[in-house]
Design a protein around this ligand. Structure first.
Ligand code: FES
Length: 109
């Protein structure tokens, strides 16, 4: 089963269910995640920064392509509400601007 590891949430690991977006899987694991537009690909609030495994993600959606063209998504960034992990392990960071105030972001010691 594919796996998402969120490095700056203490290395939290989320098992990935087939066909669901990263955001849907994160929410299914009861992890709070910023998603101001409700997962419609309109805001970039759910952004992830890829550490490794990005090549195993579904290709950028039209919404992501639009933000890339506008310079609002860098080459190592994706929208959690738009991409699907097909296999393997994906390691990510929550960018500073997408962190929630009530969560403690930290690296595993
Ligand atoms: S939740 Fe708004 S772009 Fe993903």
């Amino acid at each position: 089963m594919p796996k998402l590891v969120i490095e700056n949430l203490g290395g939290l690991s989320v098992e990935i269910q087939e066909g669901k977006t990263l955001l849907q899987n994160i929410q299914a694991a009861y992890v709070d995640w910023m998603h101001p537009c409700g997962g419609k690909g309109r805001c970039t609030g759910c952004k992830i920064q890829i550490v490794s495994g990005g090549e195993q993600l579904s290709p950028p959606s039209p919404q992501e392509q639009r933000f890339m063209t506008q310079g609002r998504l860098r080459s190592n960034e994706r929208l959690a509400c738009q991409c699907i992990l097909t296999q393997g392990e994906l390691r990510v960071l929550v960018p500073h601007e997408c962190q929630l105030p009530h969560l403690h972001y930290h690296f595993k010691k």
